[in-house]
Write a protein that binds this ligand. Sequence first.
Ligand SMILES: [Zn+2]
Ligand SMILES: [Zn+2]
Ligand SMILES: [Zn+2]
Length: 164
Amino acid sequence: MSDERTMQTDIVQAILDKLKTAGNRVTTQRLNIIRVLVEAEKTSGHITAEDLISSVQNTNPEMNISTIYRNLEELERLGIIEHVHFGHTPAMYHLTSTSHFHLVCERCGDTVEVGDDISAVLIETIKEHFEFVVKPHHFAIVGYCKKCSGDSDVDDGPTIGGLI
Ligand SMILES: [Zn+2]
Ligand SMILES: [Zn+2]
Ligand SMILES: [Zn+2]
């Protein structure tokens, strides 16, 4: 338990160091936003701006929405966080400490994070054929997860009546 706390503090500290090295002021507001993002990393790793705002305002009720958005933009510009669109849902924010792109199941909403070593192959192939540079981080690739593609005849498509 305490190990986990220490680890989280270390992550926050590493981000703050990065900010300072880049010559940025570390404000209490920024610190709170970073804490919420690191906390989110423990669960799904992703958080909508709306959820982030309500978490931040839980501890800092005086912090207004435009300030939070401005900080998010700034942290994004500095490469500390990025946002991704998982489909029709609002954009999700996450730390860039682990660089990855996302696969999202259209049916159950499951997300899989895929390391950049795998997207490198895709990027290289498309660049070679179309002279187009893909940025896989900004939008998730949608499809069906193993579970949903495996029993796809359960809730759509023609079914043989009475089997289940
Ligand atoms: Zn992510
Ligand atoms: Zn699924
Ligand atoms: Zn976007």
